[in-house]
Design a protein around this ligand. Structure first.
Ligand SMILES: [Zn+2]
Length: 405
């Protein structure tokens, strides 16, 4: 397969250039760069397949909201070639048996590299540590591609409030070489505690869904001396404020909540200065019935896989917060690095995980066209620039936009 005379952002940090990319056997065989060639008018650019380190596919246990097949389709439609599933399923992901079952079904679906994180504690009950070592040895796709059966440890959905137990998790993670993804709640207090514990144990802590200016400040200060602190934010925190909750109710209800204009500005500054390493979606589908309840009874979370690139391109690149190569780095190479995955750069000899984006596209977000079972988005009808038009996983098309869709 050849992508002929296409613009390329290869993910290595260099700017766009015209190129032809030849792929075979799932691998990039040859890249021919056309030096001096004019930037194509079409706006179609090949970028490394996106990696989302924070999704909820609700499988097993809540498959009326999403399942591995529908979540994988949504990921491919969003330009993602790898996703990391959170363990707050039913049962929670806390054993090699549950992990192996998810891995087997994800491989059958075959739309995306689906990795999973272990819960910190059995049943996310906060009492007994899960057997991380056994899961790390489980022969999953994640293990084939990263050397680890799981791509991290997290109690996502809640914080592990018992400090001594959190310390034990960090010591175990450090020993196994796994990242701990940290749902910090209350955000600033737990971030402060866990930066201290990361300093003490040397474990790598990745703060999930940073939403508050004070958290950005804490991470920025910590990073001056600690290479083992990273963090992510999600598109809703750089696009919306609590005003959306007043307007849209449950469709704008998530955890952590939308905050003030000052917080949104701080998230943008954190992205621009490198404090925030990764953009993740926290894709959190719920049924329409659940999201139709009164706002104080509706569940937390919004979907994000199929809106992420367009929102980020519109609100970060078009506004000058990030360059397009910088955005691609935060959606591909940086999250790949975080989980030890050798992807995120289009280069000869590496897997042909490639997403084609159309930066000239202007349209509105249409949730009725989503592959996800979820429709819980505050962005329906919102004008955006840019879209994903094709996704290749190891050279095979996993998504292609329908003409004029
Ligand atoms: Zn989450």
């Amino acid at each position: 397969m050849v992508l002929e005379n296409i613009m390329l952002i290869d993910g290595s940090g260099r700017g766009p250039c015209a190129a032809s990319i030849c792929c075979a056997d799932g691998v990039v065989k040859k890249i021919e760069r056309k030096t001096g060639a004019a930037i194509a008018e079409s706006g179609i650019i090949a970028v490394p397949g996106f990696v989302d380190v924070h999704v909820h596919f609700r499988d097993p246990g809540f498959t009326e909201k999403e399942d591995i097949a529908s979540g994988s389709e949504a990921a491919a439609a969003g330009g993602f070639t790898t996703v990391c599933c959170m363990p707050n399923t039913n049962p929670a992901l806390h054993s090699p048996e549950i992990l192996a079952d998810i891995d087997r079904r994800a491989r059958e679906t075959g739309r995306v590299n689906l990795f999973a994180l272990s819960a910190m504690t059995v049943g996310q009950a906060g009492r007994e540590l899960a057997n991380f070592a056994a899961m790390d040895r489980t022969p999953t796709l994640c293990r084939e591609l990263t050397g680890h059966g799981i791509c991290g440890i997290t109690e996502d959905g809640k914080s592990l409030l018992n400090e001594d137990m959190m310390r034990q998790v960090l010591i175990a993670a450090k020993r196994l070489g796994l990242v701990v993804m940290d749902h910090a709640e209350p955000e600033t207090e737990i971030t402060e505690r866990d930066i201290r514990l990361a300093r003490e144990t040397g474990a790598h802590i990745h703060i999930q869904h940073v939403s508050a200016a004070a958290t950005v400040d804490l991470v920025r200060a910590a990073k001056k001396t600690m290479p083992n602190i990273t963090c992510e934010t999600a598109p809703h925190y750089f696009t919306l404020t609590s005003e959306a909750l007043d307007r849209l109710g449950p469709l704008a209800k998530m955890n952590p909540p939308l905050r003030t204009e000052r917080d949104r500005e701080a998230i943008r500054e954190g992205l621009a200065d490198g404090t925030i390493d990764v953009i993740a979606t926290d894709h959190a589908p719920h049924t329409l019935a659940e999201k139709s309840r009164p706002v104080d009874e509706a569940p937390f979370g919004i979907i994000g896989l199929e809106t992420c690139f367009a929102l980020a391109y519109t609100h970060l690149v078009k506004t000058g917060v990030l360059t397009l190569p910088q955005l691609i780095e935060k959606m591909s190479a940086a999250p790949a690095r975080l989980i030890g995955l050798d992807r995120g750069i289009i280069t000869e000899g590496k897997a042909a995980d490639i997403t084609l984006i159309d930066t000239a596209y202007e349209g509105v977000i249409d949730s009725s066209a989503f592959r996800s079972k979820g429709r819980n988005t505050p962005f329906d009808g919102m004008p955006v620039s840019g879209r994903v038009i094709k996704t290749l996983r190891a050279g095979a098309a996993t998504f292609e936009v329908k003409e004029n869709a």
